[in-house]
Design a protein around this ligand. Structure first.
Ligand SMILES: [Zn+2]
Length: 94
């Protein structure tokens, strides 16, 4: 019976044959997905690909860009959103 922490699906199982000829199972952490823009789907920069335990050790400013919608939208989509919002406000005032 594997140990309690090895029964979790959060770690992937890798079968390896060690030099003595015995097949063993290694438990590795899964890869973290790249953060993507929620509108266009491009990969976001400035966001580290770390698991939650490593992310917790970082400062808040190291986890995402320091602008509005930083970490959720790319800079191009944000610029388009701001332009649209400015045009809507301009129309409402006139
Ligand atoms: Zn985008």
């Amino acid at each position: 019976m594997p140990k309690l922490w090895q029964r979790s699906s959060s770690r992937r199982r890798i079968c390896r044959r060690i030099p003595s000829g015995v097949a063993v199972v290694h438990y590795e952490l899964r890869n973290v997905n790249v953060a993507k823009c929620s509108i266009c789907g491009t990969q976001l920069g400035g966001i580290p690909r770390l698991n939650l335990s490593s992310l917790r050790k970082l400062a808040k400013t190291e986890k995402r860009p320091e602008r509005i919608y930083g970490g959720t939208l790319c800079h191009r989509c944000l610029a388009n959103l701001l332009k649209e919002a400015a045009r809507v406000i301009k129309l409402q005032r006139s």
